[in-house]
Design a protein around this ligand. Structure first.
Ligand code: ADP
Ligand code: MG
Length: 406
């Protein structure tokens, strides 16, 4: 908790994804398995620019891929054996049999890649085993989707090695199935779609109802802007139950409104919808959840219009409004995330908001490039003054989605 005079903006990993890694997954693979891998694949983490808690309401989201990636060295096997290793966790190689994979059966971190193989086999794809060595620069549990990066890199490698011919969106769906049904973590489709489908220099406008998407140019550097990611490095235990409670509340709201999903309530009809809910005797919390989802869906459309018009700076207040909605209506923020937003804005940021599931994790800050260091410094000082551990701060450069490296 010491203050530092050093600049707090750490650079993103340079060059190709593999170069940004401390560990070389190909060398690790050869050391472990005594052969060279068939190939190397990478899949990124993501931050969501706007549209939070909308993806389980069939709504819009707008993530961008980070330069941080999970990288996997993989070889195909045809004998029903799956071997998994991560340079980032202790415990050595996990060895499993593909025909014995059962949902919710533990395996810790290895359940994510094993779940992908299970999901592929369950969908009828003849995946007969693999040797996998993984390493990742995506911070874990920071709301930057290290889990989706792991799933998508595994799915892409198996897709190539077994000639499955699946599209990036289909691989994302497999990854989500692994996370929801095999690991047992409920989540929407945004994270996997972002990791599988994003392109460099763009944010991804995704309609989570039908997975239709558009790559929206988001060249921050050309506009003289910087998007900071502030990892609060806290994770409040509250998060798990709260997600399920918000999700159930949104479903109840849609049911009372007589619509399939909250996505189906147009923003213009929000006041009338809230009145209907009040008349129906809905809990006060349901009115707040509905107001958040419908207004955040609208904010995605606002931000897209601003980006398309080249008015990126004007997105700042929309980010602030999104944070206010997550804090006061959905109530998924926490003191550390609120502090990032307050301190950044006081130091001259254009706008800021929590990103991801909340209760800790990360916030994003849109700032003039020339003011990025000062704003990062102000946030770090505010954390120290409040007695919080120093946050991790880096620049989000809109990066490529999952790909084969060699
Ligand atoms: P997030 O996706 O926001 O980072 P999650 O809780 O969804 O957080 O996923 C984090 C989990 O994913 C970790 O606890 C671990 O099980 C797994 N994971 C992520 N990255 C790695 C890695 N490099 N090696 C092994 N497991 C990882
Ligand atoms: Mg995750």
């Amino acid at each position: 908790m010491t203050e530092t005079a050093e600049p707090t903006v750490t650079p993103e990993p340079a060059g190709t994804a593999a170069e940004g890694h401390a560990a070389d997954p190909a060398a690790t693979f050869t050391e472990l398995y005594g052969k060279t891998p068939d190939g190397i694949w990478a899949a990124p983490g993501r931050v969501n620019l706007i549209g939070e808690y909308t993806d389980f309401n069939d709504g819009f989201v707008m993530p961008l891929a980070l330069p941080h990636t999970a990288v996997a060295a993989v070889s195909r096997r045809d004998d029903g054996v799956l071997r998994l290793y991560s340079t980032d966790v202790p415990g050595g190689v996990v060895s499993l049999r593909t025909d014995e994979l059962t949902p919710h059966s533990g395996h810790g971190w290895a359940a994510y890649p094993a779940g992908v193989l299970w999901a592929l086999r369950t969908a009828g794809h003849p995946v007969t085993g693999a040797d996998i060595a993984l390493t990742s620069t995506v911070p874990t549990g920071a709301g930057l989707s290290s889990s989706a990066a792991l799933e998508v890199v595994t799915a892409l490698a198996l897709n190539d090695l077994f000639d499955l011919g699946l599209t990036p969106a289909e691989l994302a769906v497999i990854g989500r199935r692994a996370e929801n049904d095999f690991v047992g973590v409920p989540s929407g489709i945004m994270d996997q779609m972002a990791s599988a489908c994003c392109t460099e220099g763009h944010a991804l406008h995704l309609d989570t109802r039908d997975l239709s998407l558009r790559h929206v140019p988001f060249d921050l550097a050309a506009q003289g802007l910087t998007l900071l990611v502030v990892d609060t490095r806290v994770k409040h235990a509250l998060g798990d139950g709260a997600y399920a409670e918000r999700r159930a509340g949104c479903e109840e709201g849609a049911r009372l409104l007589g619509i399939p999903m909250l996505r189906d309530l147009p923003y213009e009809d929000l006041p009338a919808g809230l009145a209907t809910l009040a008349d129906a005797g809905a809990a006060e919390s349901i009115l707040r959840y509905v107001r958040h989802v419908v207004s955040d869906n609208h904010r995605v459309e606002q931000v897209i219009a601003l980006l398309d018009a080249g008015e990126v700076r004007a997105a700042g207040p929309v980010l602030n409004e999104g944070h206010r909605s997550l804090r006061d209506d959905l109530r998924v923020s926490c003191p550390e995330l609120d502090l990032v937003v307050t301190a950044a804005n006081e130091a001259g940021a254009l706008g800021a908001r929590m990103t991801g599931g909340g209760f800790g994790g990360s916030a994003i800050v849109l700032v003039e490039a020339g003011a990025a260091d000062a704003v990062a410094d102000a946030v770090t000082k505010a954390f120290a003054a409040a007695g919080h551990a120093a946050p991790g701060i880096f620049t989000a450069v809109p990066s490529a989605g999952a790909r084969r490296l060699r």
